[in-house]
Design a protein around this ligand. Structure first.
Ligand SMILES: NC(=O)c1ccc[n+]([C@@H]2O[C@H](COP(=O)([O-])OP(=O)(O)OC[C@H]3O[C@@H](n4cnc5c(N)ncnc54)[C@H](O)[C@@H]3O)[C@@H](O)[C@H]2O)c1
Length: 321
């Protein structure tokens, strides 16, 4: 028997890219899949109902069980309906994979209110909304005596975690918030038998990464940038044997690496009860502060220090001016 036989998984943004590969893989392991996707453009505009249906049909053609859903994760009522659809079609919902995302990349001085809100709504509010309705369902099941292992898998990005990409104030902050929300929900939902983890894909060839240097060189053999590279980890995280909760795991090619969160470094204390400006000015320089230019240079594999800073400044000006 396959690992996921009889389990029902709702995957958001499953019509294309990484979500599509996850839906196909989960179905191949026996899961019933709700394939959610309104089929929008990268910036969230438009819509195409055939995108979700094509993936659901492909799963059914291979002998699996799937239903398409074209609601937007940003729509509170549509998120509730996705959970209800899973229960109506397959009798229960065991896991949610929050994968949907849009991107509008611009420097801060050009980004509009709607462009900020739209990207944050899909990535952050969408993950919250779908998890919220799933948790309400799982609470009812727990109260009825059913504590079968359930799971949420969120999806974040290195942008916002360890790779502070300029032009992504909306996308980066939403992804950082998804990682934070993962920890909160892991703590809250353990009592309902729900594990909550987060995957962080990196350098996967989809329409979001078209134009990123090095992404269009598909090799003849195994392809570490194929959207399917993330799916095995997701299928483990939604399965009944997953051994942990509250983790944020980067996936790059075959490499799975924990992402460490913000943490307190070494600090300084005032001599008396409060700081004076002069004392602060004299001692703040001793703090082991992280330079954001060095953070970006390190994640890009560029030189650190003065040369690295000049390179990064030139790159940012070229992108934004
Ligand atoms: N490709 C990468 O290298 C990479 C890197 C880091 C993180 N990610 C993350 O992986 C996930 C998948 O990205 P992808 O590269 O496959 O992108 P993609 O654009 O190929 O797929 C995203 C899907 O989400 C859908 N979507 C958009 N708005 C939606 C909404 N309101 N409701 C439901 N679905 C919606 C889109 O229609 C699209 O089919 C995203 O969360 C993204 O942030 C990808």
């Amino acid at each position: 028997m396959n690992d996921l036989q009889g389990r029902t998984v709702l995957v958001t943004g499953a019509g294309r890219g990484i979500g599509r590969a996850e839906a196909l893989h989960l179905a191949s392991l026996g899961a019933n899949v709700v394939v959610n996707d309104p089929g929008v453009a990268v910036d969230g505009h438009g819509g195409d109902a055939s995108v979700a249906e094509a993936v659901a049909a492909q799963i059914r053609d291979r002998g699996g069980r799937a239903v398409a859903d074209t609601g937007s994760v940003t729509d509170w009522d549509a998120a509730e309906r996705m959970v209800a659809l899973a229960v109506a079609e397959f009798g229960d919902l065991h896991a949610v994979v929050n994968n949907a995302a849009t991107e509008v990349n611009k420097g801060l001085e050009r980004l509009t209110e709607a462009e900020f809100d739209g990207v944050v709504a899909v990535k952050l509010k969408g993950a919250f909304a779908v998890s919220r309705w799933a948790a309400a369902h799982w609470r009812r099941r727990r109260d009825a005596g059913d504590r079968a292992g359930r799971a949420i898998v969120n999806t974040a990005s290195g942008s916002g975690l360890y790779n502070p990409l300029p032009t992504q104030s909306n996308y980066a902050s939403a992804n950082a918030a998804v990682a934070a929300m993962t920890t909160v929900h892991a703590l809250e939902l353990g009592r309902l038998g729900v594990r909550v983890n987060c995957v962080v894909p990196s350098m996967v060839r989809t329409r979001l990464t078209l134009g990123v240097p090095g992404m269009d060189d598909a090799p003849d053999g195994p392809d570490p940038k194929d959207p399917a590279v993330v799916a095995p980890l997701v299928s483990y995280l939604v399965g009944p044997d997953c051994a942990f909760t509250g983790q944020v795991l980067s996936v790059r090619g075959g490499a799975v690496t924990p992402v460490r969160g913000w943490e307190l470094g070494e600090g300084i204390e005032p001599e008396g009860t409060a700081w004076t400006q002069a004392e602060l000015a004299a001692r703040l320089g001793a703090l082991p502060l992280q330079d954001p230019f060095d953070r970006l240079a390190a994640s890009l594999g560029s030189a650190l220090g003065t040369q690295g800073r000049q390179d990064i400044e030139a790159m940012i000006s070229a992108q934004l001016d």
